[in-house]
Design a protein around this ligand. Structure first.
Ligand code: CTP
Length: 433
């Protein structure tokens, strides 16, 4: 038994998770099904990081194990026999307060690629095949969980040594050709852990780079989404630029020093974000994971965002926000000495998350303050008088309603009326005008 890994497991998992793993391991032993924690969770365990989630792989039939566990402890199982995968919906007794409510089991598999950039063809395979199908040595470690061999590390490809040497290395020279998304993954891990991509692995990029063109919009955007969710997205995108891995996605996609300066703040921004006044009520569309995309692309002209959308198929929400951010970014130099109502008229049609990103990226305190005031205060300003009041005054329905209500709101915004009486007086003037 490798006591070191058992100790690491105990440090990385809470008591409820450990207890769950123990039950799973016991059942696997009874059924003589070897079971392993595998992939990113083992990597993070060895790095001493917190494990958010773990992948469990069964050498043999994962579905049998999941069903046996459900029979013994309760809960439900859904299975995909074709892929040898099963999801165990845990019984209430095993769901602890802030913990998971499902557990996934995957049978060891081999993967082959029909052509570069294709999704892999999957068939059941041995543990060794399952390890050798993986992207990097540091992601190809397995930790045995069942029976007497609990805590035994299976390291067939030198993953542990590469973790110690801080190196990202593919398992075979065709890895990036099989799956070009791995070039983006390599950069993500390299920058996340402050590792280095191995020289031989770096040398494989020029040959595989053109194959990025074969990746679907969904797959390449997913890789960029993952990067933009990381605190160190700025470092990752700079490295991708250096390796010519952005322009190959689309010739207009680039990352310069100014982009770096905007995205570098992501880490601090995410810390303060929940404390901002407009985030407190949890309404509106702020706080979506789009911040990274918005910070990156806001200076790109609308036509370029349209062109990027052709390649990346942004979600409709993100596309609208990017377009809005771009429009406002392009007129920022005119944001000087306008009246509050004039700012509101320019900003009111723009999605809130775009404005939030513009607030964070504002070129100076004055502009930042305009976005702050709009988000926290101005956008909530409404006249006391409503459409119903106008109806009661026998105003014929029509565009005049909106016009008058807008004039009243603007008067509040610009400090021309400060009380309901003043507002009523202004209404009389407007109605008689
Ligand atoms: N994997 C792979 N090739 C890919 C994607 C994933 O070989 N293109 C393998 C890797 O072994 C990886 C595992 O599948 O460890 C799980 O993938 P994923 O959940 O994307 O990554 P994690 O390793 O869990 O890492 P993280 O979520 O921290 O990025």
């Amino acid at each position: 038994m490798e006591h070191r890994f058992v100790r690491l497991l105990k440090e990385a998992l809470d008591a409820a998770q450990l207890d769950l793993l123990k039950r799973v391991a016991e059942e696997a032993e009874t059924l003589a099904l070897p079971i392993y924690m595998i992939g990113g969770s083992v990597r993070d365990l060895l790095l001493g990081s917190v494990i958010k989630d773990f992948d469990l792989t069964v050498e043999g039939d994962a579905i049998t194990l999941a069903r046996a566990l459900a029979k013994k402890y309760g809960g439900k199982v859904t299975a995909h026999p074709k892929f040898g995968t099963a999801k165990w919906f845990l019984p209430h007794s095993l769901i602890s307060s802030n913990e998971r409510d499902t557990l996934d089991f995957v049978s060891t598999r081999s993967e082959t690629y029909k052509h570069p950039g294709a999704l892999p063809t999957v068939r059941l395979g041995t543990l060794e095949e399952d390890i050798r199908r993986r992207d990097f040595t540091i992601n190809a470690l397995a930790l045995r969980l069942d029976g007497q061999r609990f805590g035994e590390l299976i390291d067939l490809v030198g993953g542990q040594a590469d973790l110690e040497r801080k190196v990202i290395r593919v398992l075979h020279p065709k890895s990036f050709v099989d799956d070009p998304t791995r070039m983006y993954r390599a950069v993500r891990y390299e920058q996340r852990y402050a590792f280095q991509i191995a020289e031989e692995t770096l040398a494989l990029i020029p040959h595989a780079r053109p194959l990025v063109a074969k990746l679907s919009a969904q797959r390449i955007r997913h890789e960029l989404d993952l990067i933009l969710q990381e605190d160190d997205a700025a470092l990752m995108l700079r490295r991708l630029e250096e390796l010519n891995l952005l322009s190959i996605i689309h010739p207009a996609l680039s990352f310069d020093d100014a982009s770096y300066a905007r995205l570098e703040k992501l880490h601090t921004i995410r810390e303060v974000q929940p404390l901002l006044p407009w985030n407190v009520d949890k309404q509106g569309r702020v706080n979506k994971p789009y911040l990274g995309w918005l910070l990156w692309l806001m200076p790109f002209p609308r036509e370029t965002i349209g062109a990027l959308n052709e390649r990346l198929h942004f979600t409709a929400d993100l596309y609208d926000s990017l377009m809005g951010a771009s429009s406002i970014h392009s007129i920022l130099s005119s944001f000087v000495d306008l009246k509050p109502s004039q700012y509101v008229e320019r900003l009111e049609a723009v999605p809130l998350d775009a404005l939030e990103a513009l607030y964070f990226a504002a070129p100076n305190e004055r502009t930042k303050d305009i976005f702050f005031k709009y988000l926290a205060e101005w956008r909530h300003v409404k006249p006391h008088i409503t459409g119903d009041d106008l109806k009661k005054r026998n105003l014929a329905p029509g565009p005049k309603y909106a016009l008058i209500l807008r004039r009243l709101r603007n008067a509040w915004l610009d400090g021309q009326v400060k009380t309901e009486e003043e507002e009523a007086k202004l209404l009389e003037t407007l109605l008689s005008g």
